[in-house]
Design a protein around this ligand. Structure first.
Ligand SMILES: [Cu+2]
Length: 229
């Protein structure tokens, strides 16, 4: 139903539904609180307005009231905390056996290299239904790998590796943005998601097809100690 809602990007990864559910929960909760607070303001303003013949009565606190308005919000905040934490850990923990893609960001492009050495620029061809883990670094400034349809966004920093992962759920071509203001031309790319057969044909292409530089880069990635499985 939300796929046609213009304020929502497409949902094309296993994570997208979870992130949206939490977001919608926060939106509805904030909306309800807003309505409740403004309604009470209006009701109390009318009910306890200054009138001739009425003298204000001093109210000296109430323990049940204090406990109620402390415990109920605390419960709600804890729900938000644990729900958010579960999604955070899912997003931060690439599944074992994920297919690795090496990503180097630079002004202004994404350079991506598959496990078998195949390279792409500003495009990441992946199959549906496979876990893809990006191991990323930057050649110059801070960039941010952002695919709205997958609900993933991860800073890409010079001198450090960061990772992100996703599993695409439907074929299509999705925007790949840089979500950092990294220069006068923020880089933009796409993630074409194909069928499993397309993906396996990409994955099975021989490393021998690489140029010398590509093979060197592949070897360097393998050697660097920070690249983890
Ligand atoms: Cu950038």
């Amino acid at each position: 139903m939300f796929n046609n809602f213009p304020l929502w990007p497409e949902r094309a990864s296993t994570m997208a539904g979870n992130v949206d559910a939490l977001y919608i929960f926060l939106l509805v909760l904030s909306g309800l609180m807003c309505v409740l607070i403004y309604t009470l303001i209006l009701v109390f303003a009318a009910r306890y307005r200054k009138r001739p013949g009425h003298v204000a009565e001093q109210i000296e606190g109430s323990n049940p009231l204090e406990f109620t308005w402390s415990i109920i919000p605390m419960g709600i905040f804890l729900v938000i905390f644990f729900w958010g934490a579960v999604i955070f850990f899912q997003e931060r923990t690439p599944p074992r056996g994920a297919t690795e893609v090496y990503v180097v960001a630079k002004q202004w492009m994404w350079k991506l290299q598959h496990e078998d050495g195949q390279r792409e620029i500003n495009e990441l061809h992946v199959p549906v239904g496979r876990d893809i883990k990006m191991i990323m670094t930057s050649q110059d400034v801070i960039h941010s790998f952002y695919v709205p349809a997958f609900r993933i966004k991860q800073d890409v920093l010079p001198g450090r590796y960061t990772t992100a992962w996703f599993r695409a759920t439907q074929p299509g071509t999705y925007h790949l943005f840089c979500a950092e203001y990294c220069g006068t031309q923020n880089s933009g790319g796409s993630v074409p998601v194909g069928t499993p057969s397309l993906g396996s044909s990409i994955a099975s292409s021989p490393i021998a097809r690489l140029g010398v530089l590509g093979a060197l880069g592949y070897g360097l990635y393998r050697l660097l100690p920070l690249v983890t499985k």
